[in-house]
Write a protein that binds this ligand. Structure first.
Ligand code: ADP
Length: 657
């Protein structure tokens, strides 16, 4: 080895690179030449021969790498190649060596190999450390990723549950988890919103059982499980009934956490309520039927009873007259009762409409007392009336207004014991809408009053606080239902104040349109001169009894009557008679063979003047639709059964003229 330049030596020394040459001559042991750095790296401290160095070196190659090294040496060519192997240094132990060598072709008498020997143990260690660090970071990242996957998995798992879950720390109220179902039940967007307002949100929960709050408070210090019912967002659109279970658990940090699971039972509650209502409704209807059969029987018994009395006292004018009047009263009551039932069934089917005419509102006062007079006198009630109306003529449904007042007054009279008082106050208030007035009707009594618990059911159909047998007071539980429906149809309100044992006051307020000057004349019904003597009427009626009653009434008025048992016979009789022979036809509707509508339509199609004959429908179907159907079939008038003589005569007179 020649002399080395100082800088080169220094570089090689710091890089821990030694230089070597090995020569193999035929059958000789290899001769190993080395510079001082190479000897240092080999661990040779004493002077040695090249052969000794070769032996020293080969001995210290790591046994596992010797084969590899030998193969490397045997294949070396001119081109430099490298190998990394382990060398056992006699002092510092295992060393990682990067060895780079090639054949030196300038030497021809033997095989000469030259190369470098670099101790890369430190570099490798550093690399290994870096690698380890990188691996650690990678492992950490994988762990984190796994953790996120797991967290997402559990969150998804909780989110797909049909029960809500809310977990927060105690007592600090830090929300740990809230699944989708719980967010929905609480009607909040996300956990952040919950965290911000947890106090308010928890306060919005209502606990129907009083002890629940106390039990929940115990969770702060005790390991208990609380089962309870709660209503979240009570009385709002988002109200939610839930069955809940809260348990406290501990976080690894030692913090106490309240975990609540909720099951939304709102639908079940609704069904339960609907079932209860259906049961109540069906019970109310059964009660009603019982009351009804009793209530229908009472006037029926009176009718039959008075008819019998009249028969047995026939000839005693005064007595028969008295019985006759009572019989009429009972019939009227029966008719009113049936009217009420029909009214309610119309209301329930949504068919009720308003028929407004111009009317003098002051007529509300007094006229109805006549109907209650007997009862008022019998019970010695003190009735006072006060009316304060400025605009008399208004557009209103007279019948319905009277019925509202009638029902309220008859209740006041009915539910007030003897010597009590009933005060009726009718007044006009100014209305919000122009050209309108607000009619206020207040009926106050000093009667039995109404139990607070019953008030919400007051206006339900068929409902009564006490049935007839309990109270001894007759009724069907329909009056107030009718009142409320009529008032609402007129866009008004009805309210009640009542104290049990002291009395009640029902107040109705209805906005009414003021009648304009040109049509402000009330619709006074002009009673026409009734002179029907000598007229000939064809009465079409299949029921013999009804036919006889009508025949008698008409004959008494001097009218000639001929009877047909159904539409077909009537058509035949009309066709075969001369034109103008009959002045009018009274037509029942429901009849066998050909009903009233069909007959009227056929008559209107006749080819001559007979098609113009006036026809009055007379039927027990008392609804507006029936009246309309009669007119649509071509009839000119309409009279409801049972027959009221005066009304019938007036309709006949109006139709003929
Ligand atoms: P009815 O009087 O035929 O029973 P309503 O519908 O008119 O039916 O009234 C329903 C119930 O309300 C009555 O059964 C009664 O219990 C109660 N009620 C109505 N008006 C009064 C009143 N003025 N005083 C006490 N109770 C009343």
């Amino acid at each position: 080895m020649g002399e080395q330049h100082m800088d080169e030596k220094k570089i090689l020394h710091t890089s821990r690179i030694g230089l070597w040459r090995v020569e193999f001559c035929d059958n000789e042991v290899g001769r190993f030449y080395a510079d001082s750095m190479m000897d240092e790296l080999l661990g040779i401290t004493e002077p040695v021969t090249p052969e000794e160095r070769q032996a020293f070196f080969l001995e210290r190659i790591h046994p596992d790498d010797r084969e590899l090294f030998r193969e490397y040496m045997s294949k070396l060519t001119e081109t430099r190649t490298e190998i990394v192997y382990r060398y056992i240094h006699p002092v510092s132990g295992e060393m990682l060596v990067r060895c780079g060598g090639c054949r030196d072709m300038s030497v021809t008498d033997c095989a000469s190999i030259i190369g470098t020997h670099q101790d890369i143990s430190d570099i490798m260690r550093l690399e290994r450390d870096k690698f380890a660090e990188r691996r650690l970071a990678e492992q950490n990242m994988n762990l984190r990723r796994e953790q996120v996957i797991q967290e997402n998995y559990y969150r998804d798992l909780l989110d797909v549950q049909s029960c809500g879950l809310l977990a927060y720390t105690l007592p600090s109220h830090r929300v740990i988890h809230m699944n989708k179902e719980a967010l929905r039940m609480y009607n909040v967007k996300d956990i952040r919103e919950v965290q911000k307002n947890l106090g308010t949100i928890l306060k919005k929960v209502y606990y129907p059982e009083k002890e629940t709050i106390e039990k929940l408070k115990r969770l702060r210090d005790e390991d208990v499980v609380v089962d309870y019912e709660c209503i979240i967002n009570k009385d709002s659109e988002k109200e939610c009934h839930a069955m809940a279970k809260t348990k406290s658990i501990y976080l690894p940090s030692g913090e106490r956490v309240a975990v609540t699971t909720f099951l939304d039972v709102s639908d079940m509650m609704m069904l339960r309520k609907a079932l209860q209502q259906a049961q109540d409704g069906s019970k109310a209807k059964t009660d009603f039927l019982f009351a009804m059969s009793h209530d229908l029987r009472t006037p029926m018994n009176a009718i039959i009873g008075y008819a019998n009395l009249m028969e047995s006292h026939w000839g005693e004018k005064e007595k028969t007259k008295e019985y006759l009047n009572k019989l009429k009263d009972s019939s009227c009551f029966l008719l009113a009762l049936i009217g009420n039932i029909l009214e309610v069934s119309r209301i329930e089917s949504g068919k009720e409409t308003l028929h407004e005419t111009v009317w003098d509102i002051r007529k509300l006062n007094g006229t109805l007392d006549v109907l209650l007079e007997n009862e008022i006198t019998r019970k010695c009630l003190k009735v006072t009336r006060h009316i304060d109306i400025t605009h008399q003529n208004v557009l209103c449904d007279t019948m319905k207004l009277r019925e509202i007042l009638m029902n309220l007054m008859s209740n006041a009279v009915k539910y007030t014991p003897t010597y009590g008082s009933v005060d009726v106050n009718i007044e006009e208030l100014s209305a919000a809408e122009p050209n309108h007035m607000l009619l206020r009707i207040a009926v106050a009594d000093s009667g039995i009053g109404i139990n607070k618990e019953y008030i919400p059911h007051l206006f339900e159909a068929f409902s009564r606080e006490r049935n007839t047998s309990e109270s001894g007071i007759m009724g069907t539980g329909l009056g107030l239902r009718i009142v409320k429906s009529f008032v609402e149809l007129m866009n008004g309100t009805v309210t009640v104040e009542s104290t049990q044992g002291k009395g009640s006051c029902f107040t109705v307020e209805i906005p009414l349109k003021l009648a304009l000057a040109e049509n402000s004349k009330p619709n006074e019904q002009q009673k026409p001169e009734i002179s029907l003597k000598g007229k000939r009427i064809l009465l079409v009626e299949d029921n013999a009894l009804n036919a006889e009653i009508t025949l008698t009434i008409l004959s008494d008025a001097g009218i000639q009557v001929e009877i047909a048992e159904n539409g077909e016979i009537a058509l035949y009789m009309l066709r075969t008679a001369d034109a103008g022979y009959y002045d009018l036809i009274i037509m029942d509707i429901q009849m066998p063979v050909m009903n009233g509508y069909q007959a009227a339509k056929m008559i209107r199609k006749l080819p001559d003047s007979r098609s113009k004959i006036p026809i009055i429908a007379m039927t027990a179907n008392a609804f507006e639709e029936d009246r309309r159907a009669a007119f649509e079939a071509g009839m000119n008038g309409y009279a409801a059964k049972p027959i009221e003589i005066e009304k019938l005569m007036r309709i006949i007179a109006e139709t003929i003229n």
